[in-house]
Design a binder for this molecule. Sequence first.
Ligand code: C5P
Length: 321
Amino acid sequence: MTAGDVRTLTVRAAAKINLHLGVGAVRADGYHPIDTVFHAVSLFDDVSARSGTEGAGPVLDVEGSDHVDLTEVPLDSRNLVHAAATRLAREERRSPDVRIGVHKSIPVAGGLAGGSADAAATLVALDRLWGLELEDQDLLRVAAELGSDVPFALLGGTARGTGRGDVLQRVDDRSTWWWVLVTSPQGLSTPAVYRRFDELFPTAPARPTSGDAVERAVHSGDPVRLARVLHNDLEPAAFDLRPGLADLVSRGEAAGALKGMVSGSGPTCAFLCADAEAARAVCAELRETERERSAADARRRTVLVTTGPAPGVHQVAYERR
Ligand code: C5P
């Protein structure tokens, strides 16, 4: 690289939902053992890393689509993008001087692993920008150190997750599944939802419920079959913390979705639809009902059509000047 040479790499990462989320009793380390089927959907954040900046540590700049509330997004080491850049630089014994721009379309604290997606994208962007050429297993290891959902964000597609969600096995998924996502104006804290789970289910078994049935349904390619087995052990806790969510799930099903559920720790809800046409109809009806219900509230729910499986972290742009 010559002096003044600035390169910018843009990397994209998808949101995830959980087709199955079995949760066992809390472990001594504070984490819960889970058996999950992760599924990446076509809602993306973009992370741009720019070389040639000078200063102490990573400098973050975050912007978002209209439906994304950025007020709770920190720009310091509490941000997973900052943490990812700092950790990778330390491992590689290099300066973390880099400017990182994040464009968010994934709602913040929405149960869609948006922060994890940003961290995974940062790892890949910096691996390329810094010419590290890390092996997949090294990237996955650093990802797991950053958060339980970060390894899946690297991988994308559909995958079984065990341990605390960081031990992954790809699931063969040749279908296109149609989902309507409904965001909430206010996020939910993942640790708070897990704590409520502990209070609601003090005798939860150590071993989480199995995702086998969901994996088989994914293989079948039949949305009606998948709808019958979608399952989320955190849903009662999210319903308890946000009473309006249970009604929202009922409204989506009444609008024609095969099945509605809370995504991960919530509050985003995901509605499986039979096909593209059904998804567009459910989306239109939910937009209408949500508009009527929240006429006086500027911070409305956002209703989106997405498909899965979406790809894992991938580069979308490179610029050199
Ligand atoms: O791994 P991550 O930092 O994303 O997890 C955030 C929090 O969510 C943890 O501190 C823990 O409270 C909770 N969690 C859990 N069991 C998991 C994953 C996350 O209790 N398997």
